[in-house]
Design a protein around this ligand. Structure first.
Ligand code: SAH
Length: 229
């Protein structure tokens, strides 16, 4: 069964957005994955169709109402797909979680807005909070698209060369080695000689050394971490 994404959002017209282009767009057109965007506002019941209200306890901004969001979530049949809430308080997204999600049947993805969503929805609907990094976006939609982009590119058959997915940064706990291509000389700089030697064993060794060096310099936190496959 193809991966099914259901998005809950106040801006369904933002989708598929850039996911409609390039490899993910072709995969969407082929039916390798599907997307439906649900308008949260359709589940508002008052005459102004309001979805947010002031935070209990006071303070700045607005909060997505528990009742409206819960109805929107409950409108999607609980078929075992994980329910994810894009949230800066969530577990930082990792390539291993991306792989796990891609191996499943799909996901229900909730996009927050304003100051966030009422905690009671997170608790009762057992939402898994996922962050895409330590910075604040104005809404969960771009975060959901980034999550989906990462998932879709590892779905079977989406990437032209299945091998090109497994050498990437993070797939083996390391950042990737540097790349070079033609021209042979660019502004006086040659491609490292070893890469044109044709000796594949030596090239692999060089690439691994480079990857280790780069990771130690830039992301020492990655070294020594278990790699989940
Ligand atoms: N007041 C919140 C931020 C709200 S930002 C706080 O301080 O934690 C509004 C919405 O944008 C959030 O509900 C979430 O859905 C989304 N969002 C913002 N930053 C994000 C991030 N780094 N990762 C994932 N989603 C994010």
């Amino acid at each position: 069964m193809a991966f099914r994404a259901s998005i809950l959002t106040l801006y369904p017209e933002m989708f598929p957005g850039f996911l409609g282009e390039s490899l993910s767009g072709k995969a969407l057109a082929r039916g390798d994955w599907s997307l439906d965007a649900v308008q949260i506002r359709d589940f508002a019941t008052d005459k102004h169709r309001s979805v947010d209200d002031t935070p209990a306890g006071g303070g700045a901004g607005m909060v997505l109402r528990a009742d409206v969001l819960a109805r929107a979530i409950d409108s999607i049949a609980d078929d075992g797909r994980p329910r994810l809430l894009m949230s800066p308080r969530g577990q930082p997204l990792s390539q291993s979680r991306v792989r796990e999600l891609a191996a499943g049947e799909g996901a229900v993805i909730i996009c927050g807005r304003f100051e966030g969503v009422d905690q009671r929805v997170i608790d009762t609907r057992k939402l898994e909070e996922i962050s895409i990094g330590d910075y604040i976006l104005s809404g969960g939609e771009p975060a959901a698209m980034i999550l989906l982009d990462a998932i879709v590119r590892v779905l079977p058959g989406v990437m032209g060369n299945p091998d090109s997915g497994t050498h990437e940064s993070f797939e083996n706990g390391l950042l990737e080695h540097p790349h070079y291509t033609r021209p042979q000389v660019f502004e006086g700089m040659e491609i490292p000689e070893i890469l044109t030697s044709g000796n594949h064993a030596k090239i692999e060794k060089w690439r691994l050394e480079q990857a280790r060096k780069l990771t130690a310099e830039r992301r020492p936190d990655l070294l020594g971490q278990p790699v989940r496959k």
